[in-house]
Design a protein. Sequence first.
Length: 555
Amino acid sequence: MIQKKIRIGDILIEKGFINQEQLNTVLKEQKESNFAKKLGQYFIDDGYISERAFAEILAEQLDIEFIDLYGVEVDFNLMTRYSLNLLKSSQSIPFMEDDEFVHVAVVDPLDYDSLELLERSVATKPIKLYVSLKSDINHIFERFEIISTTKLIVDNIKKEISTGAYKVDSEQSSIMQLIEQIVRSAIKNNASDIHIEPSGFNVSVRSRIDGILRENFVFDIDIYNALASRIKILGNLDISEKRKSQDGRFSMTINNNIYDFRLSTAPTMFGESIVMRILDQQKILLKLRDLGMEEKNIKLFEEILKSPYGIIFVTGPTGSGKTTTLYAALNEIKSIENKMITIEDPIEYQLPLAQQIQINEKIDYSFAEALRSILRQDPDIIMVGEVRDTETLNIAVQASLTGHLVFTTLHTNDAPSAITRMIQMGLEPYLIADSLVGVMAQRLVRKICPYCKKEHKPSRSILESISKYLPQEYKFYMGEGCMRCGFSGYSGRTMISEILRISETISHLISINMNKYEIARKAEESDGFEPMLIDGIKKALNGVTTLEEVLRVAK
């Protein structure tokens, strides 16, 4: 193997990523740590350059192609011909073989000792190197191990199908065992959803853990039809209908606990995409103080909840925890003395002391229709799962003006935008001013894993963008990645939020149709309103989450 030396520091200076003084500082830091890391890793960790930009520069200097492993089909059978320990130690993936070369993606093409060992193990053909990202190569290793561990179950399923022993409705079949294993793995990892997605070559099973999808299993496409049919039978869906979306629900006992699953199918190019939402009834017992709100926001929200009537909005995108917050709020104020009615689509959790109504669009029983009818049920507190149209919004506001406390949700990016959205939906500003009590906007951010937490320097561009919110002395943290957090560096989620209380001042601004920016500015001046970004930065400074995670969900 031809060895080529390059001076990483000089190249980064030439490209404008660092200056000579910064290079000297990092060289000193490397020497003091007894060369614990390669020089390039220091520049990445200290925020001078991103991992991908560094890899592309390295590839350019060595005249080696950079490759995105997500954009190629990796030959996992080829990987079985090499020692997994050797591949991991050299951080290399032999992803393809042709008549001339074995094509190998590597993290560090300058690690000549490891690559020479790999080259000797190939023997039959020369290797052609490509530079790839460390995170991508680690993902391929994970996928390879997943395929290996599930091979036995898949072989049993194929055997049942080929011999005619497979029965689609059997509780003892290998396919049912596979479904139970998929579900058990997701629950063990505290996943909220399971995604089963067919492609042209295989079936990927991913779980949404802490809001991010992670791949858990990869199966041959041969077993997809059996897997999809069995899941659809569990959810009482039509297994012969594959041309349109279907929704269902089923329960399963895992580790002596009963879990509900909300099932959705959608036709795609290669088959039906299946998503199972895991509903854990224990989550309904959450209290407001368990959600992760800052003490200031908790007190403000509790004050809003004491309103005898009016409308309260919780806003945010899909998957931001709005429904959980609503349930926690209702749990906080439920009482034998009050009648509480909820209108939902679908009903996810059973709430004590509440009458819960499921809407049904197929028979024209919409949110508006249900809301209109329940006003004759003499409720004190009403929860509307989501305001989707002008009619529902109008009825909800009228209910709040006639002595009811109404909770509902909207899809807006921040709290002041809820006011703009209501006006866009046709509501008069004076009605909003009279009925609105408060708006809470929220997002969920991943928490740093406590077992691999370490101090971290965010990139300089990020620090410059939020410099006005930072104290003089500050520290940020990140998770390095360990077995306990699945090497993600994160474990669990918490909330960041902003709460707009409608004071007399804000109510007046709404009534004269002032824009959301003026409302936000006045709320900051007079009521101490703090944007969600500030709440997130405080959590990052306290070591709860990372700055990068806050900026991923808030701006």
